[in-house]
Ligand binder design. Sequence first.
Ligand code: BTN
Length: 323
Amino acid sequence: MSKIREHLLSLLLEHESEFLSGEEISERLHCSRTAIWKHIEELRKEGYQIEARPKKGYQLLYRPDRVSPEELKFHLKTQRFGQWIRYRESLPSTQVLAHEWAKEGAKEGSLVVTEEQTQGRGRMGRFWHSPPGTGIWMSLILRPEITLAQASQLTLVGSVALTRSLRRETGLDIRIKWPNDLLIEGKKISGILTETRGEQDGVQYVILGMGINANQTESDWPEELREIATSLAIEGKKQYRRRVLIPAILKEMEDLYDAFLDNGFEPIRILWEEYAAILGKQVRTTTHRGVIEGVAMGLDSTGALLIRQGEKVTPVFSSDIEY
Ligand code: BTN
């Protein structure tokens, strides 16, 4: 969106319940009234309903649920997370743009967000289905002063923050499946993809990619995903405003991330176990050491999942768990 259109939208949002005269807008934006008219037409094409009345000016009547910076900043209560945003109508993957931006020196908390991904990436090289205007597809850039080994704990920080904020916003019983899937009654509503760059002794940056099925209906998924995926809207039987959910997620994420950096992993570990879906259950996983079957006990102090097989307890790091 052009800078003038962004500014125009912010003005209309600030004065949502009143008319703003064309004269005032043109003074505030330093552009002609004809140019303003053209930008109003463009906003209408994006789904905004704007009334234009002779002598009175313009009034915003309806806002589509978009995740543009102008919409998000209205609800954002963070210090850093989401304060710098690159927003696109469509992207192959927010992860790719976030890596580019991080390499250019993006600040910690910078966010890439899009309405649609055409090549969304899941864990283990899987495809992440990201249709336009329905879900939340975003990547957060972090620059923690931690070791590479500690970086895997960030995925757990992310899954706890997502769970807490989405539970609060929707009232739904969202649970975590190790390490980072969010489920409602066994069906997936969200996943996190953490990609880290750095050396053994320190992290250069981490990209925390989050995919949240917010407003999809069953017909938005291919047949084979309908049994295993669900959305907040399907479960809550209502549409959720993504522009409200994203700032809520970012606030919880910033608070828990800061707590993690200040106090270490222990508080996160306790919260993770509170929301875990698999504790006490029989699980099965394939690691490079072979298949491990046993009961999921909890997390150890490094963030590994502890699986008990008789007397033996095995810590398991990144792998898929069946249960
Ligand atoms: C998983 O496999 O569960 C992780 C899915 C992560 C998807 C998100 S959507 C935003 C970001 N961009 C991507 O291409 N992937 C992540």
